[in-house]
Design a protein around this ligand. Structure first.
Ligand code: PRP
Ligand code: URA
Length: 208
């Protein structure tokens, strides 16, 4: 499955501000939220709807609805949390699971420190959230872990991806559709995305 890159002037505009090193914490968080909403819009294009009958102020009307409860968002801690605020506005009844991973700065291998999923996770449509897909290690570890729990329907939503990370996820998990706002040029020697936006977690939480 080829990755889906949002190609839209609004995304280009928002990414330009997000990448700028002079953009402060408040605006950075707001932009991640806004881009997450647009990613969710794209990722739900094939969403299943069920028949519903409602009553407008004028008449009865047969329509369709989404079963919001089928969805689970799984942010990869820490930086993935920044995407929840936006996406939960669009599907407010979705459940939220958390996986805590950090990259060992020498090996770049992900290390799991937390894992808690909503009940019946294996039956849900899961959207993994992480603003950065760099080497792909964190994404692959998260998908591996969710599949171990029996999850079958997984999509990966990120803001910026590196070509190596996209390839790694696609070759290990070809069934997982990746949605991103940009595929950047490359990774540098220490696993940062170029041009990228720096360390997403540090910029969201002001830790550096
Ligand atoms: C960042 C980012 C991803 C990961 C991507 O997290 O949010 O989770 O790196 O890199 P990878 O594709 O090479 O695995 P980081 O480990 O810096 O943790 P943080 O969210 O706590 O800052
Ligand atoms: N994680 C980040 O936060 N930024 C990068 O560029 C790569 C991984």
């Amino acid at each position: 499955m080829k990755e889906i890159v949002l190609n839209h002037p609004l995304i280009t505009h928002k990414l330009a501000i997000l990448r700028d090193k002079n953009t402060g914490t408040k605006e950075f968080r707001e932009l991640i939220s806004e881009i997450s909403i647009l990613l969710c819009y794209e990722a739900t294009k094939d969403a299943k709807l069920h028949s519903a009958e409602i009553e407008t102020p004028l008449e009865k009307y047969k329509t369709k609805k989404l079963n919001e409860d089928d969805y689970a968002f799984v942010p990869i801690l820490r930086a993935g949390m920044s995407m929840v605020e936006g996406i939960i506005k669009v599907i407010p009844n979705a459940k939220i699971g958390h996986i805590g991973l950090y990259r060992n700065e020498e090996t770049l291998e992900p290390v799991e420190y937390y894992y808690k999923m909503p009940e019946n996770i294996k039956k849900r449509q899961v959207f993994i959230l992480d603003p950065m897909l760099a080497t792909g290690g964190s994404a692959i570890a998260t998908i591996d872990r969710l599949k171990k729990d029996g999850v079958k329907n997984i999509k990966f939503l990120c803001v910026i991806a590196a070509p190596d990370g996209v390839k790694a996820v696609q070759s290990k998990h070809p069934d997982v559709q990746i949605y991103c706002a940009s595929v950047d040029r490359k990774l540098n020697d220490v696993g940062y995305i170029l041009p990228g936006l720096g360390d997403a977690g540090d910029r969201v939480y002001g830790t550096k």
